[in-house]
Design a protein. Sequence first.
Length: 202
Amino acid sequence: MNLSRLFLPLVFSLLATASLAAQSATFSLPVVSGCAGETVCMPITVDDFSDVVEFGFSLRWDPECLIFENVINRNTTVDGESLMDINTALSGLGSMTAFWQQWDADAGETCEDLPTGLTIADDEILFEICFTVDGPFGSSCDVCPFNAPQPLTVRKKQGNGDCTDDAILGFTCGVASVCVDPLEMSLEVPFGAFQPGDLMCI
């Protein structure tokens, strides 16, 4: 039996699967730090963001640890194609959503009308979320993706003109580390004449 006939198709299948996985978009939030009352901003960066025609996600955090302030530094390339719909109506409860679609459905356009999807460079910022740190000293506050109310979704434009759903390969949570409360100490040094070997307490 020719084993190469058995294993070569399997190898090509695995390589094809790995290639597709490598092309799936990933989103990341960083680790930041700040003291209570300070403002920290978390940029959402992307990798393998190629031929994308649609994406959406929800983010959640503990509103008693992080107080939402605003969204800044929106990606002008993405917004230049079509404005991102960033909904912060539930930010007081620790939730927000983002959704972007390259075509104008209200104007009767469809994904198939697009010549290509949008590609941006690795590590580019989609936008930044800013919070006021409100957690206890030494704690950490997570900002993580969630599948509701806006599902985690990515659609891409394929070479044959079709638009297909693609899984978000990864979405790294952000962490805000709250600084440690500084310890203040005062020392009282006794006055007097001391000899070597004397015990002195302060």
